[in-house]
Design a protein around this ligand. Structure first.
Ligand code: AKG
Ligand code: FE2
Length: 165
């Protein structure tokens, strides 16, 4: 399940439809999140000197239930300029831990694996902008207790993925 801030993006139609299915435009990305994303990229640039800066104008929110997953894909619907410059994709994980596979190949057994826990920020850009990636599975009972008790995010995961069109 997917919803957007900033620009409308749909896994099937990409950025073609400006309006959402109810005819409304997506709300702007909250500025606190824009600042957080820019600060995360700046922090990463301290280590990866040639990681380009970006100003996010799209935030896509994915909801994963306990049995959720996301098939192998590249994020390549953005403008050719954004892709050519390798403007980073920044993704923030909330809730249950995701097993995230990635690599420069579609061959499943060659993909690398990382675990994305609640609060983790994943950044890929520069020459890694077009990596293949997928969410293999969601692990239960890995969410911070506070998310469960205060927000009822039980057995679920949200990811907020920011890009510059
Ligand atoms: O949920 C994630 O961590 C990845 C999301 C993703 O790859 C996407 O929205 O394109
Ligand atoms: Fe993606």
């Amino acid at each position: 399940m997917n919803m957007c801030f900033g620009r409308n993006w749909d896994p099937n139609t990409g950025y073609k439809e400006r309006y959402r299915s109810d005819g409304s435009e997506p709300p702007p990305i909250p500025y606190e999140l824009v600042s957080l994303v820019k600060a995360a990229v700046q922090d990463a640039q301290a280590i990866l000197k040639d990681l380009p800066s970006m100003h996010p104008d799209i935030c896509s929110v994915n909801y994963y239930p306990a049995n959720g997953f996301l098939h192998l894909h590249q994020d390549r619907d953005e403008s050719s300029d954004s892709l050519r410059r390798g403007l980073p994709v920044v993704s923030i994980s909330i809730g249950e831990c995701a097993t995230f596979l990635y690599g420069d190949t579609r061959i499943n057994k060659k993909l690398k694996r990382i675990f994305l826990y609640s609060g983790d920020v994943l950044i890929f850009g520069g020459k890694s902008r077009l990596i293949y990636h997928r969410v293999k599975q969601i692990s239960q009972y890995t969410s911070p207790v506070q998310l469960v008790t205060e927000f009822g995010l039980r057995n679920d995961r949200l990811s907020l993925t920011f890009r510059q069109f």
